[in-house]
Design a protein around this ligand. Structure first.
Ligand SMILES: Cc1ncc(COP(=O)(O)O)c(C=O)c1O
Length: 387
């Protein structure tokens, strides 16, 4: 019997290719966004205790009340948001939160506005819901959002806008004025907003992080998405959440019940404990990443690389043209850096669905001092030999 050949073929992303090549070549991987620093002991301990002393059976579909309450309390303390535990649903990572929110609002034939550079899950999730996308690009070097361009992308079939602040890979934040502008558009065109705020705990610049839920015009139409994996630098935990007004949350819950239904119970207990740690703990957790960022920025700058301004995430972006490097094919340059300098980076064009920027590379600084120093030494040697 001949085999059917009607399954979609898996394409290899540049992320996978760079990581695989990096491992093959024994390179330093500043491409993929994961920390190689020691993990927070308090969280590991809390998870062990939860495995032993709490339940390992199904939690409630919307999440443990302890975690839903802890999310609400965390946002009250750290972002001044007034939300109730009833407005929180726990999901299996921010990825499932995105899927639940997108499947909740997007119907076949609807349009969704996405902002580039974009996290790679948004586009396939909108397509899976039967929607199509309109794309708006941020403008480097500050990755500003042109509200007129955003409004021009909104049509009669537009149902939602997906936001990502702080932005991966650009590190840019949407400030209050931009969010208020988006709020006015959302009201005028009656749109939902899906706001991916997973990097909210990793901000380093002087600009304060503002959540979409802090904007009155967005409060009732926004799905705010968070991730314990990102807040605690444990990317493999895949514990996330949606915060939204009850009507919106109920629609997302309908999707969640048939996506994953629930999320690992012991990790929910541990995430609840982690969120409730004193503000000082969260500050010093962030301070370790701020120090790593400063170390990489100082080393790269001394080696002649010019970095774009960035206020959040675990990433910095090299501006190839002003660094005196070829700026027309970032994929080729990333491969060259990998083979000749032994350092993996991600070309920013990988975060575009169309009209990609070609002149930027993303580097992850969430690494130990030893890893960062070795990467800088290799890149310095590369530049010294004319790279
Ligand atoms: C912007 C953005 N959204 C969502 C995610 C996924 O988060 P999680 O691992 O909690 O699913 C990531 C992970 O890198 C991200 O950068």
């Amino acid at each position: 019997m001949t085999q059917r050949d009607d399954l979609p073929r898996l394409t290899t992303t540049v992320f996978e290719r760079m990581s695989r090549l990096s491992a093959e070549l024994g390179a330093i991987n500043l491409g993929q966004g994961f920390p190689d620093m020691p993990e927070p002991a308090e969280l590991v301990e809390a998870a062990c205790r939860a495995l032993r002393d709490q339940s390992n059976q199904y939690p409630p579909m919307r999440g443990l009340p302890a975690l839903r309450g802890a999310v609400a309390d965390y946002y009250a303390l750290h972002q001044g948001l007034g939300i109730s535990a009833d407005e929180v649903m726990v999901t299996s990572g921010a990825t499932e939160a995105l899927a639940s929110a997108i499947l909740a609002v997007v119907r076949p034939g609807d349009e969704v506005v996405l902002i580039q550079p974009l996290y790679d899950a948004y586009l396939p999730l909108v397509q899976r819901a039967g929607g199509t996308v309109r794309l708006v690009s941020l403008t480097p070097p500050h990755w500003t959002l042109d509200l007129a361009a955003l409004e021009a992308a909104i049509g009669p079939r537009t149902r939602a806008i997906v936001l990502n602040s702080p932005n991966n890979p650009a590190g840019a934040l949407l400030d209050r004025a931009a969010l208020e502008g988006i709020g006015a558009l959302a009201e005028r065109h009656n749109l939902y907003v899906i706001s991916d705020e997973v990097w909210e705990g990793m901000t380093f610049g002087s600009a304060p992080f503002t959540s979409t839920l802090a904007i009155p015009s967005l409060r009732g139409r926004t799905f705010k998405i968070g991730s314990a994996g990102k807040l605690f630098s444990m990317t493999g935990w895949k514990v996330g959440w949606i915060v939204a007004a009850p009507r919106l949350l109920a629609a997302a819950a309908q999707q969640h019940q048939f996506l994953t239904f629930t999320t690992a119970t012991p990790l929910q207990w541990a995430a609840a404990e982690g969120l409730a740690l004193p503000a000082q703990w969260h500050q010093s957790h962030r301070a370790r990443y701020a120090a790593a960022r400063e170390r990489l920025v100082a080393g790269l700058t001394a080696a002649g690389f010019v970095l774009l301004p960035a206020d959040g995430t675990w990433f910095v972006v090299v501006d190839l043209a002003t660094s005196g490097l070829p700026a027309t094919d970032d994929v080729a340059l990333a491969e060259q850096l990998l083979r000749e300098a032994g350092v993996a980076a991600i070309p920013v064009s990988a975060f575009y669905a169309e009209r990609p920027e070609q002149g930027y590379l993303r580097l992850c600084f969430a690494k130990t001092d030893a890893t960062l120093d070795e990467a800088v030494a290799r890149l310095t040697a590369y530049r010294a030999t004319g790279g």
